[in-house]
Design a protein around this ligand. Sequence first.
Ligand code: GLY
Length: 341
Amino acid sequence: MTLHHLTLIMGCVAALAAIAPASAEEARPDGKWSIALHGGAGTLTRARMTPEKEAEYRASLQAALDAGAKVLREGGTAMDAVTATITVLEDDPKFNAGRGAVYTWEGTNEMDASIMDGTNRAAGAVAGVGDVRHPILLARAVMEHSPHVFLSGKGAEQFAAEQGLEIVPPEWFATEERKKQLEKLKKEHLSALDVEFKFGTVGAVAMDQSGHLAAGTSTGGMTGKRWGRIGDSPVIGAGTWADDRACAVSATGWGEYFIRVGVAHEICDRMLLAGEDVQTAADKVIAEVGEMGGDGGVIVMSKDGEPVFAMNTPGMYRGRATSEGTNEVAIFSDEEPTKGD
Ligand code: GLY
């Protein structure tokens, strides 16, 4: 072998090492990964669903789940899986995040999002952004490319443009159904829940092959929101939390209650400090929300990759997939999840 050949081989080895995902280098021998998502909780009853509508929702949930599962299966990070899943849901007008976001009282779309990396508890969040196609990517950019955790309004939009994120016109977010909900709310003096029937936030939690956790949440908030109202979704510790020592959480619900209970952080704290198992911690915290008068649900990923759901509503759009073969989506609280392919 000539020196030229040796140099060539060494170059190839170096190049391959450079493109291999960091998580694959550190992957645990069992290659275990896990992901869960939600698309909002609320009074999702069978009476309100046609078979066609139900099938459409299940297909959308499965598509978003597949996007995140693919990242994890191929050795990508939990952060990448969470953003892959949420960007699919943000582009789907059926969900209240990104395209399809609900309207404010003034008839605009103002979106909130947050993301957290369980590896080091780095976090990013945005509130009240109106022209960014993927608020979850903006939250991630805040985390990765700014010295801050939480940006809002015009400043957040300016940061998005500076970061080269996709900026879209207001029509991108506009949907007839959401417009009608705002009109009905105003005309009949109703609450957001009377017209939406659900808290249509979206979110994802994941554990990658290195055992790292991540969580993300994105929402349009509540129909008819005023005065710059911000819910729990972009509030780190309320709507989103991730800590490799305990769990990752994304919430969907009546934001005011979820903030007051500190839902996402509280679940992980119970696991970390009180040694509760993941389902018990999630159930107890959702029960506490209920006792205070709020409702909604959570998806939780334990540090061992166990994905669980908890809700006090009749339904929650949800799904989960694992390296061990789980692959299912569900809508109603009392149903057995349906298996994907
Ligand atoms: N959970 C979404 C909100 O209250 O805005």
